[in-house]
Design a binder for this molecule. Structure first.
Ligand code: C5P
Length: 280
């Protein structure tokens, strides 16, 4: 049996450089793994089964598709019983489904002693979803292309983070479609890469306040963004507040983990689903 933590991600910067001919968007993003995680357990079996996601048919679950792709890629005639314990809010822009799929790829690599490198796992994952390559090994990364072209970013300085689930989930394709309408298919759009440069410089200088001054997410322009939750988080003393991914989760950054824990407790007392975590 193999157990893997599947860590959520947040985007401290997310912008779009163009709408591509294949309908996807080229993005520019600073992605960060955080300690909030799902737990994925894998046991050898004759076929692929998934327990723990009653919302969809097992064959539609991204973890099932990841296992199928792994066995096809390696030529192994195997199976796996996948058990999910979900803690990451779904449809929250936190990459929960992608994290679970990446954990399945890592776990099967271990369970079947296949010795595949991270690049190979990323390329299997990239056929299934744009965020999966990042989730294979995570950390602090800059993401380009669909999200699958990755390079190391300066580590985020030590800090505390609170993630608040939005009042409703966001469908990623419809959020991208709304941006296309707002920006006329991005024909004349220039991404805010100057802000990303400032963010990276601040991270490299261990300056969390500077990082918080350069947070940006273009998806805050969509109706998935709930400014009321953002204001409530800000009022708990957050240094910076931003929506993650295509929404609807909103996170706050605090100068210490202790401050984040107190802020999460305050938000929970107001009826907001909130999670204190830290960058990893
Ligand atoms: O790759 P993934 O399956 O996560 O993407 C879901 C949907 O989000 C795509 O079908 C596409 O509509 C949109 N998307 C996009 N550009 C990206 C990533 C996703 O347009 N870079």
């Amino acid at each position: 049996m193999v157990k893997q933590n599947a860590y959520a991600k947040i985007n401290l910067f997310l912008d779009i450089s163009c709408l591509r001919d294949d309908g996807y968007h080229d993005i520019v993003s600073y992605m960060q793994t955080v300690s909030l995680c799902d737990e994925v357990t894998l046991e050898r079996a004759d076929e692929i089964t998934v327990e723990g996601n009653p919302a969809v048919l097992p064959e539609k679950d991204l973890t099932y598709r990841a296992a199928k792709a792994f066995f096809e890629h390696t030529g192994i005639h195997g199976g796996v019983k996948i058990t999910l314990k979900r803690n990451i809010p779904m449809q929250g822009g936190l990459g929960g489904g992608s994290a679970d799929a990446a954990a399945v790829l890592r776990g099967l690599n271990e369970l079947y002693s296949t010795g595949l490198g991270d690049d190979e796992l990323r390329s299997i994952g990239g056929t299934l979803g744009s965020d999966i390559p990042f989730c294979v090994s995570g950390g602090s990364m800059l993401a380009y292309g669909r999200g699958e072209r990755l390079c190391k970013a300066p580590n985020l300085p030590d800090c505390g983070i609170v993630i608040a689930a939005g009042s409703h989930g966001c469908s990623t394709p419809s959020q991208f479609a709304e941006l296309d309408r707002l920006h006329g298919d991005f024909h004349r759009y220039t991404p805010h890469t100057d802000m990303l440069d400032r963010l990276c410089n601040a991270a490299a200088a261990h300056n969390i306040i500077g990082v918080c001054e350069s947070l940006f997410n273009i998806f805050e322009q969509t109706d998935g963004y709930d400014p009321k939750i953002a204001h409530t988080i800000k009022a708990t003393g957050a240094t910076g507040v931003l929506m993650s991914g295509s929404g609807s989760s909103i996170f706050g950054i605090y100068e210490s983990e202790d401050a984040a824990s107190k802020a999460a407790a305050e938000l929970i007392s107001k009826g907001i689903k909130a999670y204190a975590c830290r960058p990893i």
